[in-house]
Design a protein around this ligand. Sequence first.
Ligand SMILES: C[S@@+](CC[C@H](N)C(=O)[O-])C[C@H]1O[C@@H](n2cnc3c(N)ncnc32)[C@H](O)[C@@H]1O
Length: 284
Amino acid sequence: MLAYRHAFHAGNHADVLKHLILSRVLRYMGEKEKPYTLIDTHAGAGGYSIEGRYAQKKGEYSSGIARLYDRKDLPEPLEGYVDLVRQFNTDGQLRQYPGSPAIANLLMREQDRLRVFELHPTDFRILESYLAPRPNTHVSDKDGFASLKGELPPPSRRAVVLMDPSYEIKTDYAKVLAALREGLQRFADTVFIIWYPQLALLESTQLAQRLKASADAAAKKGWLHVRLTVTQPDERGFGMLGSGIFIANPPFTLHDELQQCMPYLVDKLGLYDGANFVLEQKAA
Ligand SMILES: C[S@@+](CC[C@H](N)C(=O)[O-])C[C@H]1O[C@@H](n2cnc3c(N)ncnc32)[C@H](O)[C@@H]1O
């Protein structure tokens, strides 16, 4: 049932885009003294070995983080994210890649609350032991979609939700949409960060439009949508071409930060001449 393991994909172009955005959002949230809560509904194992057999099998990191790790000309927001990956590698060599809980652990303050959900029993155990020293943290092996409503609104009424399913089951698309609607209904200020794969599949091509319509109806501070296309379909017309992130109630600084980074990411991570990005937003 749970065949997906993020270790095969750690540090690929999709992780770069997702973790760049997560890092910008958490830095922004940390600018105010008042604590916030991060709810990571699909957390994975926390961190991954780049040298291990999973990451080495497809070598996806080599066309992702490995293309940025040693660069000296990174746009500033991207430099901030790559620096977190460098902090995660204590001897300086790219050997480990931080997943979303590790990015959170590097950026969140003691007073901030972390709620993470992971269904896979092996990844759950690794994650639980990795986050054990962190205060104000709860690691759960329950379904992240179903558990979200119980977390909103959080006590300090400042919330970020990262929703990062694998979409191996097609029903994930509908669940993401329902979770956004219900989450915004419960707490309209929630910053939602939703990742999706760019596939030649109706559910995937329609998702951003549907998320926009839901956010139009309920998000207090509008939305932002960004997509990075790195490759073209395979000979059968399939394959993951890139990925997108939809953010409801984004920090007002995020659009300009991504404007700085996206052309650079297209240039460095693009795998064909048609690589491109989309960046759009709607203020409330
Ligand atoms: C794409 S990976 C997460 C990667 C992680 N967010 C990161 O950025 O490092 C998706 C994870 O969700 C887990 N998962 C799948 N369905 C779930 C559910 N309903 N609730 C919680 N976890 C789930 C999978 O086992 C997998 O580890």
